[in-house]
Write a protein that binds this ligand. Structure first.
Ligand code: ADP
Ligand code: MG
Length: 353
């Protein structure tokens, strides 16, 4: 167990790091954020920060020596950086979990290998593999996605028919990609599970998610799905966390098919945008649960205290947030990012229903 007063090291300084730092402070921990971006929003609410690159071994070593445990808030940290840090401090979740989730082919293969379904997919590194893969998944509507560094729908292209393949290949770098069958889903849901050092786990209520242009727009809790499906989603998320021996949080995004089947879309070994509702609608927020898991504390309860619809403030939407400042049912969370940019997550509002 990490004693209160200890320092939690967080790699990455975005909004997830910021909200994790706030939850850490609430439980009596200090935080040290490591991020190359001098304008990181998490710096504003943390005790210590280091501005350095993920390859800077001297800074990484100093950082590791200054903290009691290390975690991370985003996935694109070089695997070697985490392996290096692990030599100097306890890293939770373990780097192996990050390694799996950093790459879409590894991630989907892992999921299938433990007997859980995804959309049909094929790995792509060349035009001929793209053509073959497209045939293998049965042609028709498909999506090609870069294996690494994609987020918020970036690094993706849709394929309607075979005649577009060459143009799509030439239009973007898909030399390390995955082609997957388009799923005409009924809805999208996500399950977030917390798992501790002792292997015990606890799932948050499942959220129902709506995306716009590949970016999460709203999450609703409770999700409008059957009790059986809710339990099934939690079971899958728990199994995945167990298989990775993960300590921390695992968020799993699913498609619910028209036949009522769950297909895993992707996962993240950290707090997740679709769990932000929990800050105002759950007995324990996902950020607090994350800190509890990483520090070896008992989990907080996860009962729903309010029905919530979380709405992301994307880009210049954040300017409209002022309209809600006097609204008791609208809980504002602004991330303090220096620059507003189109498509950038700037904050969210939890609307209490
Ligand atoms: P990101 O890492 O950008 O979130 P995702 O794979 O989750 O990437 O894709 C973003 C969104 O695009 C999904 O939430 C879903 O709405 C849509 N999408 C992605 N893959 C598929 C698919 N195979 N079929 C249908 N819609 C998809
Ligand atoms: Mg996604």
């Amino acid at each position: 167990m990490i004693e209160k007063g200890s320092v939690i090291g967080i790699i990455g300084g975005g909004q997830l790091g910021r909200m994790t730092a706030e939850a850490s402070a609430k439980l009596g921990y200090k935080t040290h954020i490591y991020c190359p971006d001098p304008d990181s929003p998490a710096f504003q609410v943390s005790d210590l920060h280091t501005i350095a690159s993920y390859e800077d071994r001297d800074s990484l070593e100093k950082f590791a020596d200054s903290v009691d445990v290390i975690t991370f808030e985003f996935e694109n940290i070089p695997f070697d950086t985490l392996k290096f840090l692990e030599e100097h401090a306890n890293v939770r979740p373990n780097p192996k979990a990050l390694h799996i989730t950093q790459n879409r082919v590894r991630e989907k293969s892992f999921v299938n290998d433990i007997g859980i379904k995804t959309a049909d997919f094929a790995a792509v590194t060349s035009l001929s593999e793209l053509e073959e893969g497209y045939k293998k998944i049965g042609e028709g509507k498909a999506i090609i996605k870069t294996c690494e560094l994609g987020y918020d729908g970036k690094g993706q292209a849709r394929i309607e028919n075979a005649s577009q393949i060459k143009e799509i290949w030439e239009g973007s770098d898909f030399s390390n990609a995955v082609i997957e069958k388009f799923v005409p889903f009924e809805k999208e849901v996500s399950a977030i599970v917390a798992r501790g050092e002792d292997g015990k786990s606890l799932c948050f209520p499942v959220a129902e998610n709506m995306h716009k242009d590949g970016i999460l727009d709203t999450s609703k809790v409770p999700a409008n799905i059957s009790k059986e499906l809710e339990e099934k989603a939690k079971e899958i998320a728990t199994k995945m966390a167990d298989e990775m021996d993960l300590i921390g949080l695992l968020a799993v995004e699913f498609f619910v098919t028209k036949e009522g089947e769950l297909l895993v879309n992707e996962m993240a070994p950290r707090p997740h945008n679709s769990g932000h509702w929990s800050m105002d609608g759950c007995e324990t927020s996902q950020f607090e649960q994350f800190v509890r898991a990483v520090c070896g504390l008992e989990f907080g309860p996860v009962g729903i205290t309010n029905k919530v619809e979380m709405k992301n403030l994307i880009g210049f939407d954040v300017e409209k947030s002022q309209e809600f400042i006097g609204d008791k049912q609208a809980k504002l969370h602004i991330y303090g990012k220096k620059e507003t940019r189109k498509g950038r997550k700037m904050g969210h509002i939890n609307f209490i229903k």
